[in-house]
Design a protein. Structure first.
Length: 69
């Protein structure tokens, strides 16, 4: 699962960042994480990628707040 980095240096490739909601910006950053990519690949290999993440895993990747909002 190697990301395509051919246009990462092109400023125009990031114009859409200006209009992203906070969730979209968070996803764009998370999906570039090597640790997250390895974790997701392990889920795919085990056939568990469509199951909900356990709460502790959601917290690990910042998908849930640590305390009350």
């Amino acid at each position: 699962m190697k990301p395509n980095t051919s246009r990462w240096g092109d400023d125009n490739s990031y114009d859409f960042f200006d209009s992203l909601p906070i969730e979209g910006l968070a996803w764009e950053c998370l999906r570039r994480s090597n640790s997250y990519q390895r974790h997701y690949l392990a889920l795919v290999r085990s056939g568990a990628e469509t199951k909900p993440f356990p709460t502790e895993v959601q917290r690990r990747w910042g998908l849930r707040f640590r305390g009350p909002a």
